[in-house]
Design a protein around this ligand. Structure first.
Ligand code: XMP
Length: 524
């Protein structure tokens, strides 16, 4: 399935924290969605030929100086438009309605009363629970519009101009706090925009394989495989597309968890028969880290050493093929959609804010690789689905995030072979107990941290003076914010007693009950 042939919906991003959620909701309905800058021109939108347009919410007031604007021609393209929150106010203000400025936001749950049978609300009955988060509000309808729903605070909570196919909502249908919001989005997509349900993982995989083959031709591709979800799915996809032209390099930096290197070699080397170069560089990394305690310095050293090891591995591979190192023209990376969404700075001068993402820090520039990024279109949950369909095992597809610098950022203070062993043993217990109790896949991350603190304990008749382990178990949607998990006490008790009894050198376990922000998930 060629993406140009898909039913596409474009979402103009006015800076809402929920813009990506809108895009995901649309894709959950099997319709391809794409986030574009809010200053996109009507002509550019026409070129994309979407079936529908959604205007996101945003933090600004339409009365703010420098508030993001919209090309008004967009409302005359004949393509259905759904404005949400700020998108509604912008639409209404420009089409002749009146928007009242408010310095206070209406925030929280409410009830929406549906005033008439509208296509947007088909099947929803007379009222639904909704979630509000808006400041300005509409006080007079724009020409040609009618109100199709109201709330206690607003006569115009949802408005429609059926002739011009323009619709707007003051509340947020995309968030889970609007439990039937997905049905509103479905009504927009299928009853109004007449989208086809053609965004499926099967069609994505076929299309991605065709595009990879077209991009790389007969050339060889190298990929830095970490064993994390993104690089693993990228590897499986590339292997399906180009088979032997792909070589993966897996670097054991000595900072991995128990059995991690073995799992990657088993899954990719033995099961998938992917060409895999395994490099054990543990000594090199640990040597470079000796005596270092500053967290940023540790990260820099690990990043630098990785590039060195990777470069050496590529040169060696090229040598063994008896060709020059330009043998590998392409470097594949598991870059995801949230890393490449282009956005406009809201509230200041619009400036292009393209987030850069280099899993393998600086390699493309230094080695003159061209990049292959086959997952650039996907959200994380879609990557997991792709991985499943490509036959990757659950232990890879649903694996918890693990930082590039590995256990080094979970050992506060100096990283030594002995301290690595203590942390690895404690971590193995955490993972096995989380899996055994079925909690492992329900949380975002669960791991052990080795603190630079020793404390007094007693074992038998002996006084001990040993290390402390902190447990970090958090839930999160995307790693940007997180909360500690209210774990059942019995599981915490079991993890704690096993660590203290089984891991030599530890006599105390603490549970980290801080949220992010202000704390971070990792300790360094
Ligand atoms: P923090 O500690 O910043 O972590 O709250 C947020 C999420 O990012 C992961 N993390 C990393 N992932 N390379 C990575 O690939 C890194 O250097 C890195 N540092 C933190 C962390 O595990 C959490 O999921």
């Amino acid at each position: 399935m060629n993406p140009a042939a898909l039913s596409r919906v474009v979402i103009l991003d006015f800076g809402s924290q929920y813009t990506q959620v809108i895009a995901r909701r649309v894709r959950e309905c099997q319709v391809y969605s794409e986030i574009v800058r809010c200053d996109i021109s009507a002509a550019e939108i026409e070129r994309l030929a979407p079936k529908g347009i959604i205007l996101s919410g945003g933090p600004a007031s339409v009365y703010d100086k420098g508030a993001p604007q919209i090309d008004l021609q967009i409302f005359s393209l004949g393509i259905p438009v759904l404005g949400i929150c700020y998108g509604m106010q912008l639409m209404a203000r420009h089409l002749g309605g009146e928007v009242e400025y408010s310095s206070r936001r209406e925030y929280g749950a409410g009830i929406l009363h549906l005033d008439e049978e509208a296509r947007l609300f088909a099947g929803l009955g007379e009222q639904i629970d909704i979630w509000n988060s808006h400041g300005d509000k509409l006080t007079a309808l724009p020409d040609g519009f009618r109100a199709i729903a109201h709330t206690e605070n607003s006569a115009f909570a949802a408005i429609a101009d059926g002739d011009r196919q323009l619709f707007a909502l003051q509340f947020h249908p995309e968030v889970s706090h609007t439990p039937r919001g997905k049905e509103i989005i479905e009504n927009f997509l299928f009853c109004i925009c007449h989208c086809a349900m053609d965004w499926t993982m099967g069609s994505f995989i076929d299309d991605a394989c065709a595009r990879i083959r077209e991009q790389v031709g007969e050339e060889n591709v190298v990929l830095g495989l970490s064993g994390g979800v993104d690089s693993s799915v990228a590897a499986a996809l590339l292997h399906k597309a180009i088979g032997e032209q792909l070589t993966c390099i897996f670097v054991n930096n000595g900072l991995l968890r128990e059995n991690e290197a073995e799992i990657v070699q088993r899954v990719f080397g033995e099961n998938f028969h992917i060409k895999l170069k395994y490099v054990d560089a543990s000594e090199r990394f640990l040597g470079a880290l000796a005596g270092v305690t500053d967290p940023e310095t540790k990260r820099k050293i690990i990043g630098r050493e990785f590039i060195g090891v990777f470069e050496d591995a590529v040169v060696e591979l090229a040598g063994s093929n008896n060709t020059s190192d330009s043998n590998f023209k392409f470097l594949a990376q598991g870059t995801l959609y949230p890393d490449v969404i282009e956005s406009v700075a809201i509230g200041g001068n619009p400036a292009s804010l393209i987030k850069s993402h280099h899993n393998v820090g600086g390699l493309p520039e230094k080695m003159h690789f061209q990049l292959v990024e086959p997952l650039r279109q996907l959200f994380k949950d879609e990557v997991r689905l792709a991985g499943q369909q490509l036959g990757l095992p659950n232990e890879i597809v649903h694996r918890q995030p693990f930082p590039g610098p590995g256990l080094a950022v979970r050992i506060l203070g100096e990283v030594t072979v002995e301290r690595l062993q203590i942390l690895r043993d404690a971590d193995t217990i955490v993972v096995s107990e989380m899996k055994a109790s079925d909690w492992y896949y329900r949380v975002w991350q669960s791991f052990a941290v080795l603190l630079p603190v020793r404390s007094v304990g007693v074992m038998g008749d002996q006084r001990t003076y040993e290390n402390t382990i902190a447990l970090r178990i958090v839930e999160s949607q995307d790693g940007m914010t997180a909360d500690w998990v209210r774990m059942p006490y019995e599981i915490l008790a079991r993890i704690s007693s096993r660590i203290v009894n089984e891991v030599r050198g530890v006599n105390r376990v603490c549970y980290d009950i801080s949220t992010k922000p202000p704390s971070t998930i990792e300790w360094e």
